[in-house]
Design a protein around this ligand. Sequence first.
Ligand SMILES: [Zn+2]
Length: 59
Amino acid sequence: MSSGQDQAILAVHVRGIDGMCVGCRVWWSRLAPYPCWQVDWATSRQARTITTRFLEGVR
Ligand SMILES: [Zn+2]
């Protein structure tokens, strides 16, 4: 299980000066308001990973 893909997405999909996602414009030539669905996806995956680590640490 790797989080490299999540970090790559979060590194590219950043908020532009106009409030739109830079990564979506560069990668998909698409205008999407930030945070786009890919940022949502990556952050939710990271949150789940952190939660799992936290629960394992408690146990
Ligand atoms: Zn995006």
